[in-house]
Design a protein around this ligand. Structure first.
Ligand SMILES: Nc1nc2c(ncn2[C@@H]2O[C@H](COP(=O)(O)OP(=O)(O)O)[C@@H](O)[C@H]2O)c(=O)[nH]1
Ligand SMILES: [Mg+2]
Length: 193
């Protein structure tokens, strides 16, 4: 069995729990439900004889519960899903100002996937107009990709929790990382023989 564990971080309210629920085929809550710490495990069948086990550790993101996020980052994760909302510019700024330093201080070499969430809202004219009126426009693909390059993310994904082809991209990225773990270090804990 190939296995990989990931920590999901980013500001409170960007949609971390929602896309995880989508990946797990669970009903997405229609309002924000504060997360403390939750772990989810799923098996992805890649071929008839190859299963990949993915474990996702969800975190709160808010400053009030910073110690819980710290605890998750202290574990020996194989990857980090680092999230911001494409329509919450402050959450985008937090990646550069806060999250990437938090991650690198605890998990210096772990692959990071940068995820821009709430993609469907970026296509909503009223949301886009409100942001322009506030002088803080939505984050476009080029700007997101540029940040991903700057922080050394291995991949940049934009997604809506409500669009299965989007959330499948996250599942696929995690599955590919699990394979890389196996190749890189056969003695690593992400491989159970
Ligand atoms: N329209 C839209 N709303 C979303 C999306 N993802 C999350 N939300 C909403 O954003 C709010 C916060 O989501 P949640 O997953 O609890 O955020 P978390 O604190 O990062 O875990 C909830 O009201 C969700 O329904 C999305 O892709 N599109
Ligand atoms: Mg949550």
């Amino acid at each position: 069995m190939i296995r990989a564990e990931g920590v999901v971080v980013g500001n409170y309210g960007v949609g971390k729990t929602s896309f995880l629920y989508a990946i797990l085929n669970k009903q997405i809550p229609d309002k924000h439900v504060p997360t403390i710490l939750e772990s989810h495990c799923m098996t992805v069948k890649v071929k008839d004889d190859v299963d990949v086990e993915l474990v996702f550790h969800d975190t709160p993101g808010s400053e009030d519960y910073a110690q819980f996020t710290q605890l998750s980052l202290a574990r020996k994760a194989d990857f980090v899903l680092l999230c911001f909302s494409l329509v919450i510019p402050a959450s985008f700024d937090s990646i550069r100002n806060h999250w990437i330093n938090e991650i690198r201080s605890k998990l210096p070499n772990v692959p990071v996937v940068l995820i821009g969430t709430q993609l469907d809202l970026r296509n909503k004219p009223e949301v886009v107009e409100d942001l322009v009126d506030c002088g803080t426009p939505a984050i476009d693909t080029e700007t997101g990709q540029k940040l991903a390059d700057e922080i050394g993310a291995i991949k940049y994904i934009e997604c809506s929790a409500f669009i299965p082809t989007d959330t499948d991209k996250i599942k696929l990225a995690a599955t590919q990382i699990a394979y890389e773990c196996k190749k890189k270090n056969k003695k690593d804990k992400c491989v159970i023989l």
